[in-house]
Design a protein around this ligand. Structure first.
Ligand code: URA
Ligand code: CA
Length: 433
């Protein structure tokens, strides 16, 4: 087999066989196939697309390129949730304990944040003592015991994807549905999930800016999952404005606590209930999405969800008292308000730019090496559709620095107040079940 022929075949619009795809992925991973040939193939895929069968085959080939995690010692159907990345997306913190409170096992491997999006591990580390440096056996034992545990990235999972994603990034071939879908799904499958729930974000703060593209990506991932034997569902949710109100690590943990209590922001609560219902159904703990939702709401009301959060935190060294007293987390020394310059309706809060403003305060990392400040961040007092009086606070800045003029300027640039009445945006655009 020759890589040249594989490139030419795809260039001419033909489907590649499983053997050809395996030859490419294995050869590229071990260095036999050079970057220039791999980039030519990615560009051919970008223009010629891949059939469902090719998509499933490239996903499986990438899974097989490295280690995989065996979660079979954990009882029950392990459902993983994946979000395509957002700003102030506190859902993972909430969904873990929430669905675990219904005995759905959550074995979560998570990462740290980079740029304008936060990472689940960073957020959890705002809880004094909490750590994710546990070994695999402890991780499995904790999930069996408490139904929920979070571990840092371990093992050499999907090296083919790592290499290929890096190459696509510099060859203008990231934005290809078959390549994105296989990249994301290979990582979920290698991490051991039996079933997968996807939160595909759409809008200004999302990877996919248009609803049409987001839908296409969601459908592609659901088809791959189902083809390779992992039941998969998806939600397409809005990421024009940040989700919830808090952006920043300790602030988002507090927001998660409020939400688990049933007192969270409306949009965040709704998204968690929607995604959570899919997880519960896939895990076989409810027959219908409605039944699952009802059980989840019950768990928020009767305190079981919050209790599960405290148990989970304590099981990994964290101070579980945080659920009663969030002030034991790092607190910012200063607060600044951002007064509205005129009265009207908030019409736009540009999610990724707001995320960047939080990063400028130290809530996120500009580079992989940056230190983050767990205490700082932003809290949106107004969301899109809300009426605001001139001088009222649009948002509160939590900082450990006295000069926040640059941050304020960035925020003003990215929050629009309009004279016309504006409706709150649709949160859930679609569900694929
Ligand atoms: N995220 C991924 O993990 N892979 C892609 O290809 C795009 C976004
Ligand atoms: Ca939030």
């Amino acid at each position: 087999m020759r890589m040249y022929d594989i490139i030419a075949k795809k260039r001419d619009g033909q489907a590649l066989t499983k053997e050809e795809i395996n030859f490419f992925i294995e050869g590229y991973t071990n260095g036999d196939i050079p970057d220039y040939q791999a980039s030519a193939l990615c560009m051919a895929i970008f223009f010629q697309d891949m059939s469902d069968e090719e998509r499933a085959n490239i996903t499986t080939a990438m899974v097989n390129s490295g280690e995989t995690i065996d979660l079979s010692p954990i009882e029950g159907v392990k459902v993983d949730k994946h979000s395509t990345g957002g700003v102030g997306d506190t859902t993972t913190l909430i969904l873990g304990p929430l669905v675990a409170s219904l005995d759905v096992p959550v074995a979560k491997m998570s990462g740290r944040g980079l740029g304008h999006t936060g990472g689940t591990i960073d957020k959890l580390e705002a809880v004094p003592g909490f750590h994710v440096e546990i070994d695999k056996q402890e991780f499995i034992d904790l999930v069996n015991q408490n139904k929920v545990s979070v571990i840092g990235q371990t093992g050499n999972l999907t090296p083919a994807d790592k290499k290929l994603y890096g190459l696509r990034d510099v060859t203008a071939t990231v934005n290809s549905i078959p390549l994105i879908a296989s990249s994301i799904m290979s990582k979920k499958i290698a991490a051991g999930a039996d079933a997968i729930v996807l939160d595909v974000k759409t809008g200004a703060g999302a990877f996919m800016k248009s609803l049409e593209d987001s839908k296409e990506l969601a459908e592609a991932m659901v088809r791959i999952g189902n083809q390779v034997g992992r039941n998969t569902m998806a939600v397409i949710s809005d990421m024009n404005q940040p989700l919830g109100r808090a952006i920043g690590n300790a602030l988002e943990v507090k927001e998660a606590i409020d939400t688990l209590n049933g007192n969270g922001p409306e949009d965040l609560t709704e998204l968690c209930l929607t995604l959570g219902s899919q997880m519960v159904v896939l895990a076989g703990k409810a027959e219908t999405l409605d039944e699952a939702r009802h059980k989840l709401e019950e768990s928020m009301k009767n305190g079981k969800a919050l209790e599960k959060f405290a148990t989970f935190l304590a099981s990994q060294g964290g101070d579980g008292r945080v659920v009663e007293d969030p002030s034991i987390m790092p607190q910012a020394s200063k607060q600044f308000e951002l007064p509205a310059k005129k009265s009207g309706y908030v019409s736009d809060i540009v999610a990724d730019e707001i995320g960047t403003a939080a990063m400028m305060l130290g809530a996120g990392r500009a580079t992989k090496e940056s230190e983050i400040d767990l205490a700082v961040g932003l809290y949106l007092n107004k969301k899109v559709g809300d009426y605001v009086e001139e001088g009222d606070s649009l948002l509160t800045i939590y900082a450990n620095q006295s000069d926040v003029e640059e941050v304020k300027a960035k925020l003003y640039e990215n929050i629009t107040v309009s004279d016309q009445k504006v409706d709150a945006p649709t949160l859930i655009h679609d569900s694929i079940t």
